[in-house]
Ligand binder design. Structure first.
Ligand code: GUN
Length: 279
């Protein structure tokens, strides 16, 4: 079975659009992008396009590559104080000269649509209510909508990044999976991945997951967004793994659209909850 993230995301955006109208909400998202990486600019454009589609207003602040951390912090302070802005997203990665942790920590946790602020990360670890990172949230929605059982199942995550590997591990753990996190230093990777009922690859290495690494019938979630010869491809050798897996996400059209739908949901939730602090 192909897990159709593109179709599911489109349906969720339609529902969200109706909710925004019915509840009389007027959410506004601000994005900040630094430098001129074409892929990052494309992702930001896709986010703005989704905003337009569902009725979320959006503004983009595009800063040159040589912007200082101090200047970015000042722009974030202005967005924090602006009552017309509900959500703030700083597109990652930032140039190497920028103190990314300082930038993410400067965003008001109440406006942190990405869930990357340390307070929201702490809420995720403890299981408290708070904004969850968009890609992991989108994966959980996909699993839920396709009724993939999680409780008691063995989940293996390949990749330990702060934006995907770690938070998806925690969300699966909160959903009562038995979770193993693998990374670049893991020994005998195939031996571990072969035990997974749910295998999530967020390694950023094209073709790292081959058919021999997958348990027959497993659910395979491909978070890879690798550019190979100008073409977007995932971490999973799709054609061979598709024959072994019970369910699999394609790239493109799997996790990517779900990430954007989650961002729209997070922005709307923040706008909805403005009068009542999260916790
Ligand atoms: N760059 C790649 N993925 C993401 C994401 O989910 N959020 C932000 N802000 N930047 C990203």
């Amino acid at each position: 079975m192909i897990l159709d993230g593109k179709g599911l995301a489109a349906r969720r955006l339609e529902l969200l659009k109706e909710d925004i109208i019915e509840e009389g909400l007027s959410p506004t998202l601000a994005t900040v992008i630094v430098g001129d990486d074409p892929a990052s600019h494309m992702y930001v454009r896709m986010k703005h396009r989704a905003c337009e589609q569902v009725g979320i207003s959006s503004v983009n602040i595009s800063l040159p590559e040589d912007t200082t951390t101090r200047t970015i912090l000042e722009r974030i302070r202005q967005l924090n104080e602006d009552p017309d802005i509900d959500g703030i997203l700083v597109q990652l990665p930032l140039p190497k000269t920028i103190d990314t942790e300082a930038v993410l920590a400067a965003i008001l946790p109440e406006k942190d649509v990405d869930g990357f602020h340390p307070l929201n990360m702490g809420r995720l670890v403890t299981g408290l209510k708070g904004t969850r990172p968009c890609t992991p949230k989108g994966i959980m929605t996909l699993l839920h909508e396709y009724k993939i059982p999680i409780a008691g199942k063995r989940a293996v995550i390949v990749g330990r990044s702060v934006d995907v590997g770690r938070p998806i591990s925690l969300l699966l753990l909160h959903a009562d999976a038995t979770v193993t996190i693998c990374h670049s230093k893991t020994e005998n990777l195939p031996e571990i991945t072969k035990q997974a009922d749910i295998l999530v690859s967020a390694a950023g290495k094209p073709g790292i997951i081959t058919a021999g690494m997958v348990k027959p019938g497993a659910t395979v979630i491909d978070v890879g967004t690798n550019q190979v010869n100008g073409k977007l491809c995932g971490d999973v050798a799709f054609e061979e793994v598709e024959r072994v897996a019970g369910a699999i996400t394609p790239v493109p059209g799997g996790v990517g659209p779900m990430t954007i739908a989650s961002l729209m949901e997070n922005t709307t939730d923040i706008a909805r909850n403005r009068c009542e602090p999260f916790i």
